[in-house]
Design a protein around this ligand. Sequence first.
Ligand SMILES: Cc1cc2nc3c(=O)[nH]c(=O)nc-3n(C[C@H](O)[C@H](O)[C@H](O)COP(=O)(O)OP(=O)(O)OC[C@H]3O[C@@H](n4cnc5c(N)ncnc54)[C@H](O)[C@@H]3O)c2cc1C
Length: 474
Amino acid sequence: MRLLKPDICVIGAGSAGLSVAAGAAQLGAETVLIEAGKMGGDCLNYGCVPSKALLAAAKAATGHRHAAGFGVEYAPPRIDLARVQAHIEDVIAAIAPHDSVERFEGLGVKVLKSWARFVDERTIEAGDARIRARRFVLATGSSAFVPPIPGLDQVPYLTNETVFARVAEIRDLIVLGGGPIGVELAQGFARLGAKVQLVEMARLLPRDDAEGVALVRQSLIRDGVALHEGSTASEVQRSGDRIRIAVRDTKGETQWLDGAHLLVAVGRRPRVDEMGLDKAGIAATPKGVQVDAGLRTSNRRVYAIGDCTGGPAFTHVAGHQAGLVIRSALFRLPARFDARALPWVTYSDPELAQVGLTEEAARRERSDVIVTRQPAAENDRARAERHDDGFMKVVSDRRGRVLGVTIAGTGAGELLAPWCLAMARNLRLSALAGPMLPYPTLSELGKRAAGQFYAAKLFSPAVRRLVRVLRWFG
Ligand SMILES: Cc1cc2nc3c(=O)[nH]c(=O)nc-3n(C[C@H](O)[C@H](O)[C@H](O)COP(=O)(O)OP(=O)(O)OC[C@H]3O[C@@H](n4cnc5c(N)ncnc54)[C@H](O)[C@@H]3O)c2cc1C
């Protein structure tokens, strides 16, 4: 068995691991990257990329509905699901070279395609190699959590790892789970012509702003998705080549739903098993590898980042944490993961974007919350484009510091960027109300929401008195 002694050894070549490996190698650190499955991990192969490619096709499939509002009529589309699937595969293939073994070897990373496990506190075994690195980074990600529902293990259910390879077959789908993954895929398949039923034990998108969720809910219903919120799946059965699932609502009444395919999307389970974490003294629970604020595990040589920590499961979180680990491991600078300004977007139509606290969460935490709200219906660009059913809501403290922002509607994810900056830099609303913005743009919604905070102060009796006095002095 060969022995490697790099500066840094990264386990997992998903969003988290690739970012650390690329950064470390480009900074001159000797880097080993170990991946047992596909380069690119979930995001490229089974997550963000295929789901957004599916949603793009789904949006194209409903373009005729929106066009009718402009007086432009074209026939309902003919959807070729095999070509939709080919489009998704094509998008993955176009991005794959960026995450490939060849590119990483070109950057100077030694890539090992093998399963990695710790054999002691400072040694990993992967294939025919033993790696004794100065620092290790665990970036082993997560997989779909499969709940212990009686009968589920007896039916051929789909997860995010299998569904994108079966797009061409899906015409009658039950989606279990109404989080971002369930919502996006339910809408995507419904718009592509499938009959879709969605079961969620709480309410849709439970972490999001209720008013924004209401818009997404309306849109799903318009797309023909049969929603079963507040409904718990209690049993699954196979019936010929179909699947039956019993769902109990809040009144305790049970009904059986029936579909050809079942997608399980009820949450994520960090990948922490069979890696010899106990041999390395790395504390982990089924919820994930335990880390401190600097992303170090209970073994000081080992960091853990991305989905495997059980924290917010997003590619941008993985990328951000990768930057912090490089700072800490290579430059020995202090690094601290702060989720205060965490953004996330559900890429439904309309999109639902959030950074920081929702109004509900802010009101739970503190008493000095001020909310300003701008409906898209008052934005000229949104009106012209007939996308006027969204809104922007800015939650701040009394001094105008941004605590959180919700945006619902077309382009919500793109409109979030200045608010992420505002929160990351602790800016006041005056910084967003001040700049001149081009007219007519959706961005003006943000400027007006920020301006609204000051309007009450600006048009107060005291200011009006001051203006009168100044006029008197000429
Ligand atoms: C359907 C879906 C849609 C999503 N959409 C979005 C989105 O729009 N935006 C967003 O920000 N996030 C999205 N996400 C979440 C995002 O995909 C994840 O947060 C991200 O991929 C996590 O990256 P990671 O590097 O932590 O883990 P992963 O991408 O899971 O990578 C971990 C890698 O480690 C490898 N591995 C595990 N154990 C070992 C071992 N012992 N030895 C060797 N290799 C190992 C695995 O094979 C895997 O390739 C989505 C997820 C899903 C499922």
